[in-house]
Ligand binder design. Sequence first.
Ligand code: FA5
Ligand code: MG
Length: 344
Amino acid sequence: MEQLKQLRAQAEQAIQNCDTLSKLNDCRVEYLGKKGPLQEAMKEMKNLDPADRPAFGASVNEIKSFIASLIEEKKAELEVKEMNERLEKEKIDITLDGFEPNLGNVHPLTLVQQELEDLFIGLGYTVAEGPEVEMDLYNFERANIPHGHPARDMQDTFYIDAERLLRTHTTAIQTRQLEAHAPKLPIKVICPGKVYRRDDDDATHSHQFTQMEGLVVAEGIQLSDLKGTLEFMAKKMFGDKRVIRFRPSYFQFTEPSVEVDVSCHICNGKGCPVCKHTGWIEILGAGMVHPNVLEMAGYDSTKCSGFAFGVGVERVAMLKYGIDDIRHFYTNDVRFLKVFSRFD
Ligand code: FA5
Ligand code: MG
């Protein structure tokens, strides 16, 4: 009984001295565990006089529950203490400036392409695409430009082999669309995509650029439908600030043919290096689809007619956003690209 008393005092002291939860747990194992002194004491009971056993047992149990309750108390105290310490250590200073994430934004060419698409979708057109590595057949022959024809020189071409090339214009998608639809009417599509030419790069020319073809075929389509469509597009894209003009032109795949110029946004028509001192920037070629093109695709050109246009997306973007050099679109200077984040 004397030993038990000592044990009680010793345990009480040990628990008091615990300053962390893990030490307290060690203490619990030491005194209340299976190999602890109290378990041992119970084993000793059989050696006692039977008359002393109940009092001894009661004492051991009393010490056990005394130690258990001390541990509980201490545990609650230490939990609060450790929580406070952690809160202190992990304190977040919400007044510190954070790091602004560096977000990307839509490329200006994508932006203008999407704007053009939205505009034409609003007019009932659908969007069609085609391969950039194209067959001579769709890029030239079906566009009424046979092998050896001098009109091929108008678009200096990157050839892959005798039959394949990098398409020089989105008219290649147009001829595919005609073939895919024939003889169904009407057709009303726009065909955006990258095109390639062996042009020398300058302020308004790039060897890789973007075009968007428009094609409408139905009964009784006239040049006035084309003119109205292009005027509508120009107004929507450039507002009333810019003047446009239709200029007679020549394409093998349209008859008659026109080109559309917009007054230069840099000099306002006075003449400058960007517009090569003409005061105008050409944005598109267009015309009435040549009967040969309709016939080759499988349409009866006496029963339907159509108009087509091919607009240079970079040129539109330059005029719309006042960009003085087409090469800005491809050099990917972040300072240039960031300007367009507010238009997303
Ligand atoms: C054509 O490519 C014809 N396929 C357009 C067409 C389609 C006519 C349907 C009739 C019917 P052109 O070569 O002019 O035409 O090019 C059309 C437009 O693409 C030009 O008006 C210009 O805006 C743009 N463009 C032409 N070459 C370049 C270049 N090297 N860099 C940037 N834009 C260019
Ligand atoms: Mg041209």
